[in-house]
Design a protein around this ligand. Sequence first.
Ligand code: ATP
Ligand code: MN
Length: 462
Amino acid sequence: MKRIKVRELLTSPVPGSEVLVKGWVRTKRGNKNIVFIAVNDGSTINNIQVVADASAFSEQLLKDITTGACIAVNGRLVESQGQGQAVEINASSIELYGKSDAELYPLQKKGHSMEFLRENAHLRFRTNTFGAVFRIRHSMAFAIHKYFNDKGFFYLHTPVITGSDCEGAGEMFHVTTLDLKNPPLNDAGGIDYSADFFGKETNLTVSGQLEGELGALALGEIYTFGPTFRAENSNTPRHLAEFWMIEPEMAFYDIRDNMDLAEDFVKYLIKYALENCREDLEFLNNMIDKELLARLRFVLENSFVRISYTEAVAILSAADRKWDYPVGWGRDLQAEHERYLVEEHFKKPVILTDYPRDIKAFYMKQNDDGKTVKAMDVLFPGIGEIIGGSQREEDYNKLLERIREMKLPEKDMWWYLDTRRFGTAPHSGFGLGFERLMLFVTGMSNIRDVIPFPRTPRNAEF
Ligand code: ATP
Ligand code: MN
């Protein structure tokens, strides 16, 4: 007999039919005569109730069916006598796949702290909260591909190992096969990377953007969606050392087109979640964040505010507020400033544009004022920066000048510069941090709890 998933059983139940269900025991209760077992198979947040007549099963088997155990149940689907579920299974046979020692299984009682569950990340998938989070994560990944595919964008795979250190987005992880205890040295006494695996120094990528631009300037519109790595030693609830980023890059888009795409894209994903992840979102709304659904709807229904960095600095300077970090034109905005704009001043998502060029990356298109660049950051309530992007500098001479001013390794960037020498074009793009999006969509408060296996300073367990 073919196994049926609980999700299917509950969405289109056929009372009277014989079914086979397989899953993990969430709870067991009952008495000498009758036993109720709640089984979850991960396909939905809801459990199926299995009812077993105690006289029909061995005492030992019923004893071994404890929280966490894995079972297969054959039986008849019937309308439930009890409250809380429409249907239940009258078990005719139960096979025990795996026992779960009640003394040792970590997920016995309810209401574990997030810290405890992080330490048990190998088992936290079996909780309602993490089941919901990771089903939603899947749906968001799928929706991202669907969104771009429907728009005619091409999914471009950019390298995980890169030889370029031009992004400057953060500290990089070195990739090497050299013997760290006894590395080959060059004449100057430094490490001789020409003897390394790739014949040069290599790192894990911090962004697929530069390679993405190469794709956009031939395929038109592309996006990347892959892991990125930053060895930033910042232990915040919004930074990971390994995170996933979505980076669309589009030929013939100016900064305004770029903002329109970013807003449309994020709204599409939120709408997709509301339409396709209903039960999981309702659970999170009840258990994690009572304002979650209202906030998701609010973002859908309102236009994002669009103001310049200069206007933002004026608002922040005029605010009656003591900042931990000073506000002033030319200084980068900190999370406290971003969140003030979004959560207190505008009470809406905000897109900030035209930042001082000295605090932004070399590739951003310079404005005519000689001071600012066509950068855009999208700021979200509870999150701060969720997207960073810009119109790219397409002028070869201006780009080269900036590379030299910033003392970047011009020699290594020949291939990037070539795009501006041969058929350059106006183009734009942005990066959306997948886990920052997940924070927003799930209402979870720590980025470690929206990625299955978080990598953070001093933590690479599992
Ligand atoms: P922040 O100022 O928050 O560190 P950033 O300016 O370094 O962000 P970008 O380099 O513009 O970020 O990267 C694009 C997007 O990637 C960000 O808007 C954010 O959503 C995400 N992101 C950046 N760094 C991290 C990180 N360490 N962990 C998770 N997501 C990140
Ligand atoms: Mn950063």
